[in-house]
Design a binder for this molecule. Structure first.
Ligand code: DHB
Length: 392
């Protein structure tokens, strides 16, 4: 069969792209090896920039985020035995929304179904070929066992950090930037009430901790751990001891409940430049991975496909194929800002191992103190956290 854009990956990036293309009358076929259920139940990030929320609501995906999500006008930075509020609304007139990625996915998958989009979940043996030819192909076996070979004008790899599509870009083409960090996050879900109205990012002598939320009755929390930590080796009690001492503050106590999930998330930074090879375009985690501090990953993926949908629209509908050359440089400007923001938040808040650990810990308190005491410092954080304006 034949389509205009073949999309590998049915997560938020792939589905949002397919949605935005259909709004411009452009056909696409989306495939994912995972089932809808697997994607819906895999916990990912929880914070949407204001621009991501506008993309969901203004393009008619869903306005459920406005009803079921919650608007956060700030965060707390906790260090040196004190809490400091960063007031996004006062500083930059913006806010973020706590709305889990699983819900973003559900809204997008429902919208694709509602609008008659072609999305195959649970495919096997996916393959792409001819990415530098004029007519690449995407092949797969659908969930019913039928083999498909789809010829496409353009292929999009929105297939996550372990991208198959990225494998089509030869090692000597472009630059593969990579960085590892000497720490990871231990993440939990707990059936407990909220401990605070907003997220708490805590720097402590015992390491970093982040108190996030999912709902009135379900909370998400993380604490810095060793990248090789085994989550099954941790009892609930040991987890709470660690979280308690890292968030300790006069008059504060962490609300606790049964822990329903324990995972270790490794930190890495990755960027493939350019995000295009011939007629293959990479978007989201397939093109770049950021460390989780600051919750930029999902937001970047959505901004990538916003740009990609626009340039594909101009190429397909107006014959302006030169527009495709704009994709990578325009997307990468934001990618590198977010790459720095995530690196900065991570290295400012986590205990850094090594010979100079004591110096670094004291220096970080100095950095955090100058940040919260300076309106310019707080505004810099607020601009990055809520998402920079889009450049066109
Ligand atoms: C969450 C994750 C993040 O990386 C972050 O900075 C804030 C919140 C979350 O999963 O809720």
């Amino acid at each position: 069969s034949r389509t205009t854009v073949g999309v590998v990956g049915g997560g938020p990036a792939g589905l949002m792209l397919s949605h935005l293309l259909q709004r411009q009358g452009i056909e696409s076929v989306v495939i994912d090896t995972r089932t809808r259920e697997t994607i819906e139940t895999t916990q990912r990030a929880g914070i949407l920039e204001a621009g991501s929320v506008r993309l969901l609501t203004d393009t008619g995906v869903s306005d459920r985020v406005l009803r079921d999500g919650s608007r956060h006008e700030g965060i707390e930075l906790r260090f040196g035995g004190e809490g400091h509020r960063i007031d996004f609304d006062a500083l930059v007139g913006e806010a973020v929304w706590l709305y889990p990625q699983t819900d973003v996915f559900i809204d997008l998958a429902d919208a694709r179904e509602r609008d008659g989009g072609t999305v195959h979940f649970g495919v096997t043996d996916p393959a792409v070929a001819g990415v530098i030819s004029a007519l690449p192909t995407m092949s797969f076996t659908d969930a019913a066992g039928q083999r498909h070979e789809v010829s496409c004008d353009y292929l999009v790899g929105a297939d996550g950090s372990r991208s198959m599509c990225r494998g089509e870009v030869p090692d000597d083409v472009g630059v593969h930037h990579f960085r590892e960090y000497p720490f990871a996050w231990f993440g939990i879900m707990t059936q407990a009430p909220m401990s605070a109205p907003e997220l708490i990012y805590a720097h402590s002598p015992h390491g970093f901790a982040l108190i996030s939320q999912r709902s009135e009755v379900l909370q998400r929390m993380y604490f810095q751990c060793d990248p090789d930590e085994d989550p099954t080796a941790w009892s609930d009690e040991r987890v709470w001891t660690e979280l308690d001492r890292r968030t300790a503050l006069e008059g504060f106590s962490l609300a606790k409940g049964p822990i329903t999930e324990k995972v270790v998330l490794r930190f890495r930074s990755f960027v493939l430049e350019p995000m295009r090879h011939g007629n293959l375009f990479l978007a989201g985690d397939a093109a770049h991975t950021v460390p989780p501090t600051g919750a930029k990953g999902l937001n970047l993926a959505l901004m990538d496909v916003k740009v990609l949908a626009e340039v594909l629209g101009r190429a397909v509908n107006d014959g302006e194929t030169a527009a495709l050359d704009e994709y990578s440089p325009r997307a990468l400007e934001r990618v590198w800002k977010a790459q720095h923001f995530s690196y900065w938040m991570s290295t400012m808040l986590h205990t850094l191992p090594g010979e100079f650990a004591a110096f670094d810990a004291a220096r970080q308190v100095g950095e955090l103190t100058s940040l919260v005491q300076s309106e310019s410092g707080r505004r810099y954080l607020a601009e990055g956290y809520t998402g920079w304006p889009e450049h066109t």
